[in-house]
Write a protein that binds this ligand. Structure first.
Ligand SMILES: [Mn+2]
Length: 371
């Protein structure tokens, strides 16, 4: 699995997609009242967060470049209207690229989260829908912190991922920040970090800096697609009551429509007005999406993943839906491990389904919704 498959011509094209169109975005007009076909909200703003020191395998900082190379803006533009999507470029980071090193990369990580938080916050202030392209999954600390602030905590998070990303520095087996974002967002205490862990120095003080002023409440989190959860994460899950971990076992046992219906009922029951979706491409089966750093067998198939996106879209478009899509992260695309950028194409197609792309738009079968 460690084999480097990056084709040289793809590599050159990826380089050309880095930082492309870094926009001066202070004066973007708000979108008008017209809601075009397939659009859930107003202007979609792509924001790149080229940071991958949250994991040990370099390459996911190219997520944004890989998605651009896969034609993200034009593919999504074809669904929501090209005038309703813009690429605001990547956040500019001051530190040099270096091999990933877990919590040792803390200062660089903190700079990334803080810059991303302000860019996402600006996007909200314009009434837009931020669509963040990672990075390692810890960049969600920045994007979701901004969403929590903008919505004053009225936010639910759907974490589509093979992993729970619910470690703290104390429970983490690796020290990788991309396994800790949800715990940081909830403000779970790290507890004492064993001195034997190489990241023990300053870990508690660093941890406090990651916790947002407006924390994510435990009943505002649902996972979808879980299949590799560390023992420490299971302990942590027990510390945050009311969270909803839907695993791949649940997918097999209860089916996707039933789970998505349950998620819709949960969101309505919460009474929240905003949903943030955080999509890790490792939720997909590695056969389909090999370009990611922490692959786990037994993931979502192509059709399953699209059914999830299509049903989310259907829930969001329902006339009486009380919540809206506040924003989206797409993370952990690693083109260095990928097969001809296939994983980025998978992610682009998935997002298009989420925003309303359908095989046939008009035809509705006569059997009742639900099973
Ligand atoms: Mn993840």
């Amino acid at each position: 699995m460690g084999e480097v498959r990056l084709n040289l011509s793809i590599y050159r094209q990826l380089l050309a997609c880095i930082n492309r169109n870094t926009a001066e975005c202070k004066r973007v007009p708000r979108i008008g009242k017209k809601v075009p076909r397939g659009t859930l909200l107003g202007m979609i703003e792509l924001i790149g967060a080229p940071f991958d020191l949250g994991g040990k395998r370099s390459g996911s900082q190219l997520t944004g470049a890989a998605l651009r190379l896969a034609g993200f803006q034009s593919a999504l533009g074809a669904v929501v209207g090209t005038e309703n999507i813009r690429d605001n470029g990547d956040i500019q980071l001051s530190f040099p690229a270096s091999p990933a090193d877990g919590l040792h990369a803390f200062e660089a990580a903190l700079e990334t989260y803080s810059k991303l938080k302000s860019r996402v916050g600006e996007s909200f202030a314009r009434g837009a829908t931020p669509l963040v392209m990672g990075g390692s999954h810890d960049i969600s600390i920045g994007s979701i912190s901004a969403a929590l602030e903008a919505t004053k905590g009225d936010l639910a998070v759907l974490w589509i991922d093979a992993h729970a990303d619910l470690n703290t520095p104390a429970t983490s087996p690796s020290g990788n920040l991309h396994g800790m974002p949800l715990t940081a967002l909830c403000g779970l205490e790290t507890g004492s970090v064993a001195e034997s862990k190489p990241w023990a120095n300053h870990a508690e003080a660093q941890w406090q800096k990651l916790i947002p002023a407006t924390k994510l409440k435990s009943n505002q989190i649902a996972w979808f697609g879980l299949r590799e959860v560390d023992p420490g994460e299971i302990q942590n899950m027990n510390l945050i009551p009311g969270c909803r971990p839907y695993t791949m076992h649940d997918v097999d046992r209860y089916t996707i429509p039933k789970i998505l219906n349950d998620i819709d009922l949960w969101l309505r029951g919460l009474g929240t007005k905003n949903l943030w979706i955080s999509f890790d491409v490792d939720s997909l089966d590695p056969v389909l999406a090999p370009g990611t750093g922490t692959m786990v067998r037994g993931g979502l198939t192509y059709r399953e993943s699209h059914l999830v996106a299509e049903l989310l879209c259907e829930s969001l478009r329902a006339k009486d839906c009380p919540y809206k899509l506040a924003g989206l992260d797409v993370v952990e695309v690693n083109p260095i491990l990928d097969n001809l950028n296939e994983t980025a194409h998978m992610a682009v197609e998935w997002v298009c389904s989420l925003f309303g792309k359908a095989i046939l738009d008009q035809w509705v079968p006569t059997f009742k919704k639900g099973i």
